[in-house]
Write a protein that binds this ligand. Structure first.
Ligand code: PMP
Length: 360
């Protein structure tokens, strides 16, 4: 079998090896079904069971109460940037957005096309390297939107912002199922699957029932939460294979001991890397301030851009792939999602130490 290298990609990203192995084993014919998951009808009993089990396992993993619906949709997290205001921002109302990076900016940009929105806070003035010190909240806002982990800048909320009365809406794409959360603090959570949850193609939406009451009449059917919820994510053909893989990932996460265990492991891995950055006499400089450093996406710079290019090139050659940072931050980004092995972090830290010695 082809050997695997260490994959630091921000997403699509590394998946748990046992998941890939099971998918490979069962791809030709699902046990007891005799057909591939790629071939069966989404209306078949076999697929009904796959999606029901994926949902049940996700509910168990996160602790999703009964008064929330779980939807498996298409269109990516980006489609949610549109669906949220379309469904939840009534005419004449206003929604608040906290901007801690490019994805929050993307979300508010789409919402602006559909209604009135306000910036409750932005950290753009320091190139999104921190969390806002305070929020300027509208107590009557239709909802408060935030991005729990800004994938590009590597800035992560440690806790939910205090929303007050407005329902809290969260883009959790890049730290979904990476730590325990109290779902009851949220009205809506959404996440593109392709970081911690599975492959690209499925987007998970967790929505509290009372929000469905707000959905206006006559929305396009495919953009209408009420319609999608009523049809159990199967108004049309859902992303069957992506949902199947997500289901395997949820089972894997439960088998690993659940989100507390996974969080502890994530914290341990991130500490190894941040300690290496902090202990480098400023050779490596983290982008995010220490109190909001992401456990998922570790962003850092080198003394100059030539070194950064050289680092990426040599790291890639050494089997450390996907470390080039996003152009809006520059430098490097090591994405170390749930399934990323600690051995890969250790190898990177070793590589960083040697690179510094050779390029001091
Ligand atoms: N939000 C966040 C936090 C993301 O990291 C991403 C993708 N990297 C998106 C939204 C957009 O997701 P998608 O490509 O699924 O539309």
């Amino acid at each position: 079998m082809t050997e695997r290298i260490f994959n630091f990609s921000a997403g699509p990203a590394v998946l748990p090896e046992p998941v890939l192995q099971q998918a490979q084993r069962d791809l030709f014919a699902l046990p007891g079904v005799g057909m591939s998951v790629l071939e069966i009808s989404h209306r078949s009993a076999a697929f009904e069971q796959i999606i029901a089990e994926a949902e049940a396992d996700l509910r168990k993993l996160i602790g999703i109460p009964d008064n929330y619906k779980v939807l498996f949709l298409q269109g990516g997290a980006s489609m949610q940037f549109t669906m949220i205001p379309m469904n939840l921002l009534a005419k004449g109302a206003s929604a608040d957005y906290i901007l801690t990076g490019s994805w929050g900016q993307g979300a508010i940009k789409e919402a602006r096309k559909l209604g009135t929105v306000r910036e409750a806070a932005t950290t753009a003035d320091t190139n999104f390297n921190r969390l806002p010190a305070s929020l300027n909240l509208d107590a009557n806002a239709a909802y408060l939107h935030f991005t729990s982990n800004e994938t590009i800048f590597g800035v992560e909320f440690q806790d939910e912002p205090e929303a007050g009365a407005p329902p809290l809406v969260c883009d959790m794409s890049s730290n979904f199922i990476s730590r325990p959360i109290d779902v009851t603090k949220y009205a809506l959570i959404y996440a593109g699957a392709q970081k911690n949850a599975g492959p690209a193609g499925a987007t998970i939406v967790i929505i509290r029932d009372d929000l469905l009451e707000r959905v206006p009449e006559n929305l396009p059917a495919m953009l209408d939460y009420k319609n999608l919820a009523k049809n159990g994510s199967m108004y049309n053909t859902p992303p069957c294979f992506a949902i199947y893989i997500c289901g395997l990932v949820f089972k894997w996460a439960l088998n690993e001991g659940g989100l507390e265990k996974i969080q502890a492991r994530n914290a341990e891995k991130a500490k190894v890397l941040y300690d290496a950055i902090d202990g480098s006499d400023n050779y490596y400089r983290g982008h995010a301030e220490k109190d909001c450093r992401s456990l998922m996406n570790v962003t850092f710079r080198l003394p100059n851009e030539d070194f950064e290019k050289k680092f990426v090139k040599e790291a890639t050659a050494a089997g450390l792939d996907g470390l080039k940072g996003h152009r809006s931050v520059g430098g490097l980004r090591a994405s170390i999602y749930n399934a990323f092995p600690k051995a890969g972090v250790e190898k990177l830290v070793q590589f960083m130490s040697e690179f510094r010695k050779n390029n001091g």
